[in-house]
Design a binder for this molecule. Structure first.
Ligand code: HEC
Ligand code: HEC
Length: 444
């Protein structure tokens, strides 16, 4: 036997031994649930490989200089649960974003000081979004807090009474000054009880709070805006601490990525149900949900028109994205606006580059599906009561309005069996968080 052949045989034997050893450890890994052997993640389908990567932290927010300061978080938490910043003294952010309901309200559409038109999304994981609200009319989590305070059907309040309430409540004032510095001097002269704010989208100059706003001296308006915008940034800072916790699906994906569970194991290593595993294969395969709900947050972060009819049976009473672009560009609280701490950053440049586009009419943001089993009802208008109803819609597209050739026509009826529908639902349930973030005592 030549040296070369001997070396070849030795290598072969070593490889067989290694193969046997890794098969053994894989077997043991499956029963013990421990990580073992080299990571075969590279061999995974791309869609699953995404889920085996460590989850990135919530990205920084350069538009909010208070974003990660514990003192602003404490202030934001206080503001989030405080009902005194509303017309009736009964509405806080938590009225609709109720921590007991995964920071939603369980209602078809939101109800604050009056009836709203949109379904309440969760705050959990919201800081990971690219655009905020169903139509994306806010581009930072802190700027999204300004609108509900002043919307008549939400808090029905205004920035002037908001700033004055902070000035006159010693407890909140202390929190505010610890977080954001001294209150501006000009605030001292603003009268108690004066409701004053700039016009809301579509509102005329005749509305009483709008008329009041124009009578305030410029330095008082500037002081109010400063207190209001810093408070919104505190609300943003608090909401950045509310991430959507990981799910059983994440544990399964990680186990498959590490090789301790085979993707072909019908029992999914006992981590998720066999139905949930089959549901994932449908979601990422035949049903092609990942086309829009792909990636680690199960969303492409973009806007689509699913052809959902409006209440009158015609396409959209709600223009969705179409209206939002103009509002975002005009919003003084956007990343490009005067209260942003990064007015020339990448975010701001993106806002400035957005163009009004008729094609965006009736588009809504693809929601993340993390924790979706906890946030019924579904869609921007809460039209579907259950996940089964949502799946039935995607399966048959019943009631959907055919979109003309200008619009995307990606959705096709799926023709699922009853078992397949149930599997898809089991997968969506497996995305439920396995724990919940710690809540302040005030919220319990
Ligand atoms: C009356 C119910 C109600 C109240 C009160 C309310 N919200 Fe909301 N919230 C909603 C609804 C509905 C939406 C979706 C709005 C839309 O798409 O037009 C939303 C959207 C959001 C979003 C965007 C989430 C995402 O995934 O895009 C954030 C962040 C948010 N609210 C924070 C707050 C804060 C902070 C407060 C208190 C200052 C607050 N909300 C008060 C109902 C409410
Ligand atoms: C063309 C892109 C697209 C595809 C493909 C798609 N979705 Fe969606 N999905 C969306 C958009 C956009 C919405 C929000 C629509 C609205 O509110 O009007 C949505 C909403 C949902 C919701 C409601 C979530 C909530 O919080 O209200 C669920 C659940 C859902 N989709 C699951 C699926 C499943 C399961 C599939 C595959 C069968 C799928 N989606 C395929 C874009 C898509």
């Amino acid at each position: 036997m030549t040296g070369q052949r001997r070396l070849g045989l030795f290598t072969l034997a070593a490889m067989l031994g290694l193969a046997w050893w890794s098969w053994r450890t894989l077997e043991q890994g499956q029963t013990s649930g421990l990580a073992s052997g080299p990571s075969p993640a590279a061999d995974l389908p791309r869609a699953l490989a995404v889920h085996t990567q460590a989850r990135a932290p919530i990205p920084p927010d350069p538009t909010n200089r208070f974003a990660d300061d514990a003192r602003t978080v404490a202030l934001g938490e206080r503001l989030f649960f405080d009902e005194s910043f509303s017309a009736s003294g009964t509405v806080s952010c938590a009225t609709c974003h109720d921590p007991e309901r995964a920071f939603t309200d369980g209602e078809r559409v939101a109800r604050g000081e009056g009836p709203g038109t949109r379904n309440t999304p969760t705050i959990l994981g919201a800081a990971r979004r690219r655009w905020f609200t169903w139509d994306g009319r806010a581009d930072t989590i802190w700027s999204q807090a300004a609108e509900p305070i002043e919307q008549p059907v939400e808090h029905g309040f205004d920035r002037t009474r908001f700033a004055v309430a902070i000035r006159d409540d010693p407890g909140i004032r202390r929190l505010w000054e610890a977080a954001c510095g001294s209150l501006p001097k000009a605030l001292e002269a603003v009268p108690v009880g004066l409701a004053a704010r700039p016009a809301l989208a579509g509102e005329g100059p005749g509305a009483a709070p709008v008329a009041n706003w124009s009578t305030l001296p410029a330095e008082q308006r500037a002081a109010i805006n400063r207190v209001f915008s810093a408070s919104m940034k505190a609300l943003g800072a608090y909401q950045r601490t509310l991430d959507m916790p990981l799910s059983a699906f994440d544990r399964w994906a990680d186990a498959v990525g590490r090789g301790s569970v085979s993707i072909d194991d019908a029992e999914a290593g006992g981590i998720i149900t066999p139905a949930a595993r089959r549901g994932w294969l449908l979601f990422s395969g035949k049903a092609n949900c990942i086309q829009c709900h792909g990636g680690r947050e199960f969303t492409d972060g973009e806007f689509h028109n699913l052809g959902l009819p409006g209440p009158d049976g015609r396409l959209g009473g709600d223009p969705g994205r179409r209206d939002a672009i103009a509002r975002l560009k005009a919003d003084p609280f956007s990343s490009a606006g005067e209260f942003s701490d990064d007015r020339d950053g990448a975010e701001a440049r993106l806002v400035r580059s957005l163009k009004d586009d008729p094609e965006t009419w009736g588009q809504f943001r693809t929601p993340s599906l993390r924790g979706v089993a906890l946030t019924a009802p579904y869609m921007h208008d809460g039209r579907f009561a259950t996940l089964a109803d949502v799946i039935a819609f995607y399966d048959t597209l019943e009631g959907a309005i055919a979109l003309d050739h200008h619009r995307e026509a990606v959705l096709q009826p799926l023709g699922l069996t009853g078992d397949e529908r149930a599997d898809l639902e089991a997968f969506l349930v497996a995305l439920s968080p396995e724990s919940m973030p710690r809540l302040p005592d005030s919220a319990r």
